[in-house]
Design a protein around this ligand. Structure first.
Ligand code: AMP
Length: 282
């Protein structure tokens, strides 16, 4: 595995592989790699070349968010990426990705007035900006994203479709701890007690899912059940619990077709999210 730090260098490498008709699979991350990231890298192994990136993108953090405190461990990440099968690990400096004052600004206008988009204004504008740059550098045939960040998947789908990127979006199932907590780089920022009750995000989602499977059609009933479970089992503060159509992310009166049941809970030093995508017949 080669570690590449310069944007121009990774672009030249990708261009060479494109000329040779090699397929490129791309896994963008913010590092502090865990089994969730590893499963994306393994999925990308279906391509001739696997490129992953580690970049904590300042543009997608709000002024009061955890950009500085976001966990980082480059040495460990390099070892994990190599072991997982990455061919080229792109680890740019902020000054290399954003060398000048911006001359272009990107704004996503759909799929962001709900969930994390509503709680984190500008977050997905930062995501689509960095991904546009990364896609131009890495020139992937396929790019791999985790369903844990389901709104991100919906936003990337919109970006790729609307801007005609010749990239196939592959979404990969959420990897969980043994007790069901979705793996996340931010889990290390939970206290012992918070870690113990963070599992209730997933358990609450399962309670909600059970209602839907048993025929509940009213989103507000499902939302109440999930909120009630979290409030009674967790010290975290609920940011949102929502049921929406997926991937359009619209409010619905009746649960039918493909829907997302999603939660966000703020703990003292970590905001956790999780979701289930549910298919309802009829
Ligand atoms: P991040 O480093 O948090 O920006 O995540 C990079 C990629 O890994 C994103 O596509 C995430 O959705 C994905 N990811 C993060 N956690 C998980 C998980 N537990 N299971 C599957 N994919 C994940």
């Amino acid at each position: 595995m080669k570690v590449i730090r310069k944007a121009k260098e990774i672009q030249d490498i990708a261009t060479q592989f494109k000329k040779q008709n090699k397929s490129i699979g791309f896994v963008p991350t913010m590092g502090y790699l865990h089994d969730g990231h590893i499963s994306l890298i393994k999925a990308a192994g279906e391509n001739d070349i696997v490129i992953a990136s580690i970049f904590v993108n300042p543009l997608q953090f709000g002024p009061n968010e955890d950009y500085e405190a976001y966990p980082r461990d480059e040495e460990r990440d390099i070892a994990k990426a190599k072991e997982a099968g990455v061919d080229y690990l792109f680890v740019p400096e902020v000054t290399d990705m954003y060398p000048n004052e911006p001359m272009v600004s990107m704004k996503i206008t759909d799929r962001v007035d709900v969930l994390c988009g509503r709680s984190r204004p500008g977050h997905f504008d930062g995501v689509i900006t960095v991904l546009t740059k990364l896609f131009h550098l890495v020139q992937p045939d396929r790019t791999y994203f985790g369903k844990k960040d389901a709104q991100q998947v919906a936003v990337v789908d919109a970006l790729i479709t609307e801007l005609n990127f010749p990239v196939e979006l592959v979404s990969v199932p959420t990897v969980r701890e043994e007790d069901g907590l979705a793996k996340s780089s931010r889990n290390v920022r939970l206290t012992k007690e918070e870690r113990a009750n963070a599992v209730h995000l997933y358990q609450a989602l399962r309670e909600g899912n059970k209602l839907v499977v048993n025929g509940e059609k009213d989103p507000s009933v499902v939302i109440s059940k999930v909120k009630h479970h979290i409030e009674h089992h967790s010290s975290g503060e609920i940011d949102y619990v929502e049921v929406l159509s997926y991937p359009a992310l619209k409010y619905i009166q009746t649960i039918k077709g493909r829907v997302i049941l999603a939660v966000a809970v703020q703990f003292k030093n970590a905001r956790l999210i999780d979701n289930l995508i549910i298919e309802v017949e009829g």
